[in-house]
Design a protein around this ligand. Structure first.
Ligand SMILES: Nc1ncnc2c1ncn2[C@@H]1O[C@H](COP(=O)(O)OP(=O)(O)OP(=O)(O)O)[C@@H](O)[C@H]1O
Ligand SMILES: [Mg+2]
Length: 246
């Protein structure tokens, strides 16, 4: 089992950090939020709406039919949830502006709206001068900024970030963190950010959950968790020591 007994509540406009060692289950957890992974059992609500519900054999009401968004409803949900990854996952045959426009084109947005949004986002991520460049002509940090702009194209309510800076140097990491912070402030987007580095959590997150081998072992306001780490794993992460599962 990749995750067990996980219960998290993320408030609108949180910058919610999820920290844990390699193999702990962080990516699996974040991928449940947009249903890229389908849980065996449990319940996921976005904005009060249930997007997945299935009671496992340990629940009394396990006869209830499974609920999972499908088709247009699922596409609509994913439009409200942007995602960025450790590697940028950009379309290499498309330019910077074409990459950012792509999610809006799929969503069927009118061209004038796409053009307006793309130029706005290019300013936000500070890449207006790279509009016609291809990803291969950009640095790692610039590519990650394009992928952030692309994730924001449909103005999602939620932005999922799976180790967005782990391939970047510390200066570039700080630029990306500043950008995520600005997006949270200016667009009121809720951010869920996975990392294995406590420094990143300290810099921008207001809340954090610590995952250790499939379970959330600590969670809450950042100050509370960091000042009074109740679990050994939190102390280890705080002290900067790293390890792998098993
Ligand atoms: N598609 C899959 N099928 C089977 N097992 C998987 C799958 N994806 C992940 N796992 C397993 O689930 C566990 C958690 O993996 P996950 O990718 O969520 O960890 P993580 O915390 O994101 O690790 P990392 O920091 O290395 O990215 C691991 O033991 C992994 O091998
Ligand atoms: Mg991962």
């Amino acid at each position: 089992m990749a995750l067990e007994d996980v219960s998290l509540h993320i408030e609108p406009e949180d910058i919610y950090g999820i920290i844990g060692m390699s193999g702990a289950g962080k990516s699996t957890l974040i991928r449940c939020i947009n249903l890229l992974e389908k849980p065996v059992a449990g319940e996921i609500l976005i904005d009060g709406n249930c997007i997945f519900r299935k009671f496992g054999k340990f629940f009394e009401n396990n006869n209830e039919p499974e609920l999972m968004l499908q088709g247009a409803e699922l596409r609509n949900l994913r439009r409200q949830i942007g995602m960025i990854f450790q590697s940028h996952n950009l379309l290499m045959q498309k330019t910077v502006s074409q990459n950012i426009a792509f999610p809006m084109e799929i969503a069927g947005a009118p061209k004038h709206e796409i053009d307006k949004r793309v130029s706005e986002l290019l300013e936000v991520v500070n890449l207006a001068d790279k509009v016609a460049n291809y990803p291969s002509q950009l640095s790692g940090g610039q590519r990650q900024r394009v992928s952030i702009a692309r994730a924001m194209a449909n103005m999602p309510k939620i932005l999922l970030c799976d180790e967005p800076t782990s391939a970047l140097d510390s200066l570039t990491t700080n630029q990306i963190l500043d950008l995520l912070w600005d997006l949270n402030q200016d667009y009121k987007v809720t951010i869920v950010m996975i990392t294995h580095e406590i420094e990143l959590v300290k810099r921008i997150c207001n809340k954090v959950a610590v995952i250790d081998r499939t379970r959330v072992v600590d969670q809450g306001e950042i100050g509370q968790v960091l000042l009074n780490p109740s679990m050994e794993i939190t102390k280890q992460l705080l002290s900067g020591s790293r390890g792998t599962r098993g």
